[in-house]
Design a protein around this ligand. Structure first.
Ligand SMILES: [Zn+2]
Ligand SMILES: [Zn+2]
Length: 320
């Protein structure tokens, strides 16, 4: 862990990004609901396979864990900002500031794993349930798809749970029982090159994938086929962080309101909203708490990298 500060850098997004998130959430919820309805309507035709139920549940939990690891591996290893800017930024932030994951919102926790689930599981489940005759093997497949989709709905939240000691006893009990990934298990991912223990639901698949060196094998294959270098983007972010530890904090846009104390000031009288690039984390402001109403001067504004210049006034955070 690089810093103990837990405020995330990318909690906000534009309307398109928010809509895309919610679309994935709704689509995954629809997939779960449709799978459940199909199972209820066809369970009487497939009852002969009920003894297989425990095996299917355990297999689905393993597959869900593997799926979470596959998505995590893809994002860490091959994606860059041109693929999905905000998601990749959050993923890179997560390696530099692991605890920031605990401060994102419900939308992001349920959206990030929902989209891959809809894309991968949606078509086969939709096709099979609409076109094929109900039969025990199909019933088992849809049941497992339902479990994987439902678990992946909370996939990113399970990752979050692996970064903090939960105050909920049931969560800690599940982590102790190995049904949820524990912080101790996941901490290994955040050491070295961040290239093992990608699976973040219960960690079961990590024991298989890491022992078989599955991720390295896939990387060699992709590298051989495309020439792409694994984790090149992640390394760039780390290099940038090494040369300028403030680069992430400084790139977060922040809106401030400036209330002029003197109506005759050269700046427009009254309140003026300014979009600025700066951060309350900047050392220049370390003497003041991030609270509102901090007096500023032109020099300190410039040192914060702000785009506006005012002679004097009062600085307010966005939330004021
Ligand atoms: Zn990672
Ligand atoms: Zn993590």
């Amino acid at each position: 862990m690089r810093r103990s500060d837990s405020r995330p850098f990318f909690p906000d997004c534009d309307r398109i990004q928010a809509l895309t998130c919610w679309l994935g959430v709704v689509a995954n919820a629809a997939l779960i609901t449709w799978s459940a309805i199909w199972l209820c309507r066809n369970h009487d035709k497939c009852a002969t396979d009920l003894p297989m139920l425990p095996v299917q549940i355990v297999a689905a939990l393993f597959l869900a864990d593997f799926f979470s690891g596959f998505v995590h591996w893809l994002t860490d290893t091959w994606f860059d900002e041109t693929v999905a800017e905000r998601i990749v930024s959050i993923a890179r932030e997560h390696h530099l500031y692991p605890h920031h994951i605990t401060r994102y919102g419900f939308r992001d926790y349920v959206a990030f794993s929902s989209w891959p689930t809809v894309v991968v599981i949606g078509p086969p489940v939709g096709g099979a349930t609409l076109l094929a005759e109900p039969a025990p093997p199909l019933f088992g497949g849809v049941l497992m798809a339902l479990i994987v989709s439902a678990v992946m709905f909370f996939g990113t939240y399970a990752h979050r749970l692996g970064h903090v000691r939960s105050s909920v006893g049931a969560v800690r009990a599940l982590q102790r029982a190995g049904l949820l990934m524990s912080p101790r298990h996941h901490a290994v991912h955040h050491r070295g090159n961040h290239d093992i223990r990608y699976c973040v639901i219960n960690g079961w698949a990590n024991h298989v994938c890491d022992r078989l060196r599955l991720w390295r094998g896939l990387e060699h294959l992709v590298e051989w086929a495309t020439g792409a270098v694994p984790r090149a983007n992640d390394r760039r972010w780390f290099a940038r962080f090494e040369s300028d530890p403030m680069f992430l904090a400084m790139r977060r846009p922040m809106r401030v309101s400036i209330v002029l104390s003197d109506p005759s000031d050269s700046l427009t009288a009254g309140v003026k909203d300014l979009a600025v690039v700066g951060s309350e984390r900047h050392p220049e402001r370390s003497e003041g708490s991030p609270g509102n109403g901090v007096p500023f001067r032109e020099r300190s504004l410039a040192s914060l990298g702000m785009t506006a210049v005012a002679t004097s006034g009062t600085y307010y955070d966005q939330g004021s």
